[in-house]
Design a protein around this ligand. Structure first.
Ligand code: ZN
Length: 263
């Protein structure tokens, strides 16, 4: 029902609706708290996307294809790792011995992945609106708004807030108060790290196109000037969705690596 409502509201495309249905059902199968967390992330992200939409569309018109709802690839790239990990955690909790740390490890990985997705989404939406001219993380070179790999102060601040909110949710969801604080710390760092990884991959390996007529970087195949753009940098297959997916995998791994160190 939520996926259907989101499609009618224009937040999801047809394929996005079905992907959200599958991802949401997996999270619900993992347990209601996980479903609520995913829904909260999705509703907050959709609301942020709508916030100042006209101004953002104007700022990124030259670089991004026309805005439409999130499609299946985008839904899976952002929520797939989370859904698989928390479902595996619930499954492991039902089969492993009570003292096993495997269920918690899956949950930590899932939370780290969602923190990375949330941090990146918030950074993009807030940064595009309030961030001014983005710069690349490595060289500090200015890039046009909407081109992947650019970061702004406002966007970075938003990503820290998003990571903190997912970490707070981890505190509320995890039943064991002895481990919840260190999981929350690991999830927070994972969110920020995942968002940085997203910017780094976006600036280096992500496919970039060039409009020869306007002499500008873009992600449009046909530029706003109607000139056909050409692939000019990065790996051809490394799309924005691939980068998002890898950033959530990175978030999961960082959370796993840190959860014992931060006790
Ligand atoms: Zn052009």
């Amino acid at each position: 029902m939520i996926a259907g409502a989101a499609r009618r509201a224009g937040s999801l495309t047809g394929s996005g609706q079905w992907a959200a249905f599958v991802v949401g059902t997996m999270a619900t199968a993992a347990g209601w708290p996980w479903a609520f967390l995913l829904i909260a992330y999705f509703v907050a992200s959709s609301a942020l996307t709508r916030f100042g939409q006209a101004k953002k569309a104007e700022r990124t018109a030259s670089t991004l294809p026309d805005a439409r709802g999130r499609d299946a690839t985008q839904v899976v790239a952002n929520g797939g790792v989370f859904a698989v990990a928390v479902l595996a955690g619930t499954f492991a909790a039902g089969t492993a011995s009570p003292s096993s740390t495997t269920p918690l490890a899956w949950q930590v990985a899932g939370l780290g992945a969602l923190a990375a997705a949330a941090a990146d989404t918030w950074a993009t939406e807030i940064g595009t609106l309030f961030g001014g001219t983005p710069r690349t993380l490595l060289t500090g070179r200015p890039v046009p708004p909407g081109v992947s790999g650019g970061i702004t102060l406002a966007g970075s601040g938003a990503s820290v807030v998003a990571a903190a909110l997912i970490a707070l949710a981890a505190m509320l969801i995890l039943p064991d108060v002895a481990v919840a604080p260190r999981v929350a710390r690991a999830v927070f760092v994972a969110g920020v790290a995942g968002s940085l990884l997203d910017s780094l991959l976006g600036a280096t390996l992500q496919s970039k196109r060039w409009c020869e007529r306007c002499r500008t970087w873009t992600e449009r195949r046909v530029h706003t000037c109607q000139y056909r753009t050409q692939h000019a940098r990065g790996l051809r297959w490394m799309t924005n969705d691939t980068v998002n997916f890898l950033a959530t995998v990175g978030g999961a791994l960082v959370a796993l690596a840190l959860v014992d160190a931060l006790s």
